[in-house]
Design a protein around this ligand. Structure first.
Ligand code: GLU
Length: 611
């Protein structure tokens, strides 16, 4: 689930591996390691528990490990605690085979028993050591790395991106992949492999995506791809147009801060990719008006913040286009045997395009013959490749674990879809259509103005940073905003927080409100404002300390709250794009005030490729 980097070429490998791993640090990890083939042709392995900086110090920035072919890894422990011994790379007994792996080997117990029966012993608790020794077993049997990797692929269940070096095959790295991303890039001076684009973007923009059940042999300046029938397959590289600076901090203290400030741009870019000359154009996704008219129901499955985008989409699409929308958490959806309708449009939302549960939900929908659409950020990712249609968010690389700009870009896609669904189905006329498009096009400048209004939020963040519990309450679209605001706060500031539909609070949870409990009321939807204000009065009379997030002009709310933040006026449907900004900023400043690791919060990973 975490980071893999590999290099073979003319240059020293260790500094390249450390640099590549540092570009993947954002994905969250607990230990790190590298293996390099030294000048005597032997594999040297160096690992540490904890941060990459410790590994880099141990290796004097890579200088002490000489050799031009190597693999590196940052581990997010699934099998066995984070420790030096469990860190990757793993190896066979004489270190002639070394490997790094992302993902989970599901049948590891069965494989361990098989290997134990053959005399193998194990030094770590990881499934990856077992995977490495399975490769060793097949290599000894077939005497060929490609055969060993093919047998591995056929024998192992679960998800993996695995990179292996064989002592007998100097300057070569072998990889295999299933349900965990792996990319390869070749240049004249050397070849690279990685689990994600930012690790190798500075060396090449021409990226080969290794597909499921494929194997690759990587040599200096060259990569050869095989299927499980051992046939060589031809692949074309995909050109990545991401801005190199987008993967660097560019003067900001944290990636999250930088990415929040990139939101006006990514919203503009996403709008420009979907709106042409004042009209919505979904031709890049091959979504015609006829198709939109034939949809009886939209079903969305996603995880985390992407799920919250789905909740916003439900409220807007049902109201505007009068199409029923169901939203599910992907990890629940995939296991509950859902009933599909013939004219359902199944939509998966994922920044990385590799989210394991969302991918599984997509496959399930496809097996049931349902039309599928993916909304993803990463070109060539598994979800993008497997869905019938794709709309790309134009967020660029998002490094901070807590999403901000990808969430904002996803919102835009669903506004556009809702408006086009409504128009294609005759629910709104040409004037309303144009007005809605104009309002959307105005969002980037409004987002900029909210971003520049952060001084009071910074001050308020220091006041609430010692709170133990926070409740976000709102109704309708405001409830959907609360879900995201609450998740943002808990993931990076470690404050317990919950989002509640404002009317639901008194059915149990209000018993938790006591003197000083922070309640954040989101009231951007004026038609429900009075009802939400009543709910705020209820908590205030039980001692709550209240913050209100509302639209300009709604000044009477000052009476109810200790701190009020105003967002500019916009169409109520699009308020989430503005209201989420102060909630992101607030979470950021609370986390920073507490001195926490904003970009890499504990226990979390950016790209959740395990179930
Ligand atoms: N399952 C492996 C382990 O626990 C790999 C984890 C990862 O993807 O980082 O070591």
């Amino acid at each position: 689930m975490c980071g893999i980097v590999g290099y073979t070429g003319k240059k020293q490998a260790a500094p390249i591996l450390l640099d590549g791993l540092s570009k993947l640090e954002y994905r969250g990890y607990d230990s790190a390691g590298v293996a390099v083939r030294n000048n005597a042709g032997k594999h040297e392995i160096v690992k540490t528990n904890g941060k990459l900086a410790v590994l880099s110090d141990k290796l004097k920035k890579g200088k002490t490990l000489k050799g031009t072919c190597g693999i590196g890894h940052t581990r997010w422990a699934t099998h066995g605690m984070p420790s030096e011994i469990n860190a990757h790379p793993h190896c066979n007994d004489d270190r002639s085979i070394v490997a790094v792996h992302n993902g989970i080997i599901e049948n590891y117990i069965e494989l361990k028993e098989k290997l134990t029966g053959k005399g193998y012993t194990f030094y770590s608790e990881t499934d990856t050591e077992i995977a490495t020794k399975i490769v060793d077993y097949y290599y000894k049997k077939w005497k060929s790395p490609v055969e060993a990797m093919v047998s591995f692929t056929l024998r192992v269940r679960g998800s993996y991106a695995i990179a292996v070096m064989f002592e007998d095959y100097p300057e070569e790295i072998y990889v295999a992949r299933k349900d965990s991303p792996l990319i390869v890039g070749t240049t004249e001076d050397g070849s690279f492999l990685a689990s994600d684009v930012p690790a190798i973007l500075k060396y090449t923009r021409n990226i080969y995506y290794v597909d499921n059940m494929e194997i690759a042999m990587i040599q200096k300046g060259k990569a050869t791809f095989y299927n499980v029938d051992r046939k060589v397959i031809q692949k074309k590289p995909v050109k990545i147009d991401w801005d190199l600076d987008a993967a660097e901090k560019g003067g900001y203290k944290h990636f999250m801060l930088k990415e929040m400030h990139e939101q006006p741009k990514v919203v503009t870019d996403t709008l420009n990719s979907l709106i042409n000359n004042g009209r919505i154009d979904l031709s890049a996704a091959r979504l015609s008006d006829d198709e939109l008219r034939s949809v009886d129901r939209v079903r969305i499955a996603a995880c985390g913040s992407a799920y919250h985008v789905g909740v916003v989409a439900k409220y807007i699409t049902e109201d505007l286009a009068r199409v029923p929308v169901d939203v599910d958490v992907a990890s629940e959806f995939r296991y509950r045997n859902p009933v599909f309708g013939e004219n359902d449009l199944f939509v998966v939302i994922s920044q990385s395009g590799e989210t394991a549960d969302s991918l599984a939900a997509l496959r399930m929908a496809k097996e049931c013959g349902v039309k599928t659409l993916a909304v993803v950020n990463v070109l060539g990712s598994s979800i993008a490749k497997e869905a019938d249609k794709v709309i790309y968010t134009k967020a660029g690389p998002e490094i901070s674990v807590a999403t901000t700009k990808a969430y904002s870009a996803q919102l835009i896609v669903f506004y556009v879809l809702a408006v086009q669904l409504a128009y294609a189905r005759g629910k709104i006329d040409g004037d309303a259509y144009s007005r809605l498009i104009d309002e959307m096009l105005n969002l980037p400048s409004l987002i900029s103005s909210v971003l520049s209004d952060d001084e009071r939020l910074k001050w308020f963040a220091t006041k609430i940073s010692n709170k133990k519990d926070v409740f976000f309450i709102g109704r309708g679209i405001d409830y959907a905003i609360c879900l995201e605001g609450s998740l943002k706060l808990k993931e990076i500031s470690y404050i317990h927080s919950e989002a509640y539909a404002a009317g639901e609070l008194k059915h149990g949870t209000i018993s938790l409100v006591e003197d000083g409990t922070l309640v954040i009321g989101v009231i951007t939807q004026l038609k429900l404002a009075e009802k939400s204000v009543s709910n705020l009065t209820e908590v205030k009379s039980r001692g709550a300390y209240v913050m209100c997030l509302t639209s300009e002009g709604n000044y009477s709310l000052e009476e109810q709250s200790e701190f009020t933040f105003y967002i500019p006026k916009t169409n109520a449907y699009f308020a989430p794009s503005l209201a989420v900004i102060p909630l992101q900023l607030l979470s950021y400043y609370v986390s920073a005030a507490k001195g926490l690791d904003v970009d890499m919060p504990r226990n979390l990973a950016k790209c959740v490729t395990v179930e």
